[in-house]
Each structure stands twice: as C-alpha cells, then as structure tokens.
Design a protein around this ligand. Structure first.
Ligand code: GYE
Length: 300
C-alpha cells in the first residue's frame, strides 16, 4: 500500500492544542517572567493551557504531570525542579503517547524518554560568570558561592561551569544554597559574613533574586557597594537596578521568555514533524555601564 501523501496527514493548528505546563514554582522574577511568557503565548495563539504551580516540590510536579496524562493532553512541557527522579512519570507519558518537552532546567533521564529540551546552557552560564570573576579579581582572592536549588540542573550546571573556568588563584571558601529565593539567601549571606569576616573578595550568586537578598545582608553588615565583587545570573530588572546601584559587577543573562518556542515545538510534535532534540537559548552578559540605558527595555 502506498504511504499516505503529506497533504492527507492531519494538520493540527494551535486551536487544536491542549498544552500542559506544570510550572515548578514562583521562586524568582525569572520564574514569574517564564510563567507570564507561557500564559501570554498560549492566549495569543489560542492554545488551551493547563497550568499549575508545584511550589518547588517535585512530588507536586509529578502529580501534576500524572493529572495531565489522565486528562489526555496533547503535549506536556515540563520545567523540572530537580534533575533526577523523572524516569517513571516520563515513561507513563510515553506509554500514553503524549510527547514531553523538557523546558528550562535539564533532567538526568535517558533522552529517549522525552521529545526534546529547550532552555539555557547552564554550564556555559557558569563559565561566563567565572570569566567575569577572573576579570574582577585579576590578582586572585577568596570568594563565596550562593547556589540555587540543590539537585537542580540550573544550580549543578552553573556550579560546574564556574569551577571549570575559574582562575587557579581564586579560592571558593564556601558554597551554600539559597534555593533561588530572596528570603532564603538573606540568612545564608548573614552567616557567611560572620564566618568569613574580612576574608572575602567576591561572591558568585546563582540568580538575581538571591543577589538582592544577599545585598540586604551585605548592606546591613556595613559593607559598601563594590567592596565585594558580585557576579549574578538572570538579568532581571532587579539585577539591573542592583548594577546601577553599584552592587552587582556583572550579570550573566538567562532568558525566561520561552513561550513561543515551546508552543511552536508542541505543534510540530502534534503534527508528527521532526524537532531538534536540543534548543539552546542565545544569551549574553550585562554590565553596570549599560544597565541604566537598558533597564527600560527589560521585559522581566
Ligand atoms: O536562573 C532562577 C530560577 O531554572 C534558569 O530558576 C532557571 C532558574 C533561574 O529560579 O532565577
């Protein structure tokens, strides 16, 4: 029998698509912008969106994915809070014939269990952050690291990339998690400043929200802007403002506006078209000198 001609294949449009987005939480301005991008894009394109917020708990995310499988959605786009522990639910989606796009952070599951990944190269972001710290501390020094959620692809990638590119004359005295939130970063930074008083030249902070929290603690300790070199990640408005105020010396961009790419790929998958297994976001580094001019143009 002849293979069906291309024009006979069912062609779905955005209006036919029900997309499940089990968001991992609302921990940062980056995340808020990511959620807004998904919701706005769905509305503009006429995609039916099933959205949930797992409050940074993997078990909530897994339940949300299972609910979407049961409901028979067309596509699941999953931003995984941590890397491990997805094999079972990804297998369930696959058995149900529902394609999964891993969005933003990565998973450790075998790539045969999902259709594709769209997001940032977290290792590269870490390398970029290290290059900035190298420039800020040309004679070396002692630094601290305020890292993201333990076990998340974003924190692991940034930590590894940072160590990969950091000069040998810079020592990481300590590394603690602030779970990507302002609130959790404050006590961590306070404890750091007590423990390492007078010994610290810089801090690598895995996102701008934690940087803003840390800056509160640094201010309270009577330290002046620029005395501690701070390299952060994301490039949110808050990060830009902290650059203008002299607290952050370099901000490595991480782009949360993934809605259009996610929906476009979702539709391709519905129509049985081939997709790129890995789509990396194009990103840069921002500096204080340009922060004032760029702030009004920032979308998040
Ligand atoms: O950098 C941080 C957020 O996974 C890239 O998660 C994302 C990170 C982002 O909480 O602000």
């Amino acid at each position: 029998a002849a293979a069906p001609a291309a024009e006979e294949a069912p062609v779905y449009t955005y209006a036919d698509m029900t997309l499940c987005y089990p968001q991992l939480g609302a921990e940062s301005d980056w995340r808020t912008a990511n959620t807004a991008s998904i919701k706005q894009t769905a509305e503009e394109l006429g995609v039916t969106l099933i959205f949930s917020d797992a409050q940074q708990k993997q078990e909530n995310q897994i339940s949300a994915v299972r609910a979407c499988i049961e409901q028979g959605v067309d596509v699941i786009a999953l931003p995984p809070v941590v890397e491990d522990g997805w094999d079972a639910v990804l297998t369930e989606a696959q058995d149900a014939g529902i394609p999964v796009i891993i969005v933003d952070r990565s998973v450790s599951a075998d790539s045969s269990l999902y259709a594709a990944h769209i997001g940032s190269d977290m290792f590269l972001e870490g390398q970029r952050a290290a290059e900035e710290m190298n420039k800020l501390l040309p004679d070396g020094g002692n630094i601290l690291e305020l890292s993201g959620t333990v076990g998340s692809g974003a924190a692991t990638g940034r930590a590894e990339g940072f160590r990969d590119a950091l000069n040998d004359n810079i020592t990481i005295l300590d590394s603690q998690t602030g779970n990507f939130t302002r609130a959790e970063a404050i006590p961590v930074m306070e404890a750091f400043l007590k423990k390492y008083a007078g010994q610290v030249d810089g801090v690598f902070i895995h996102n701008d929200d934690m940087a803003i929290g840390a800056i509160e603690a640094i201010k309270a300790a009577g330290i002046e802007p620029g005395d501690l070199k701070i390299v952060s990640v994301d490039g949110t408005r808050g990060g830009f403002q902290a650059m203008i105020d002299g607290w952050i010396q370099a901000d490595v961009e991480c782009n949360p506006l993934l809605g259009p790419q996610v929906m476009e790929m979702g539709l391709k998958l519905m129509n049985g078209e081939a997709v790129d297994p890995e789509t990396l976001t194009n990103e840069t580094v921002y500096y204080p000198e340009e922060a004032e001019e760029l702030l009004p143009t920032r979308q998040y």
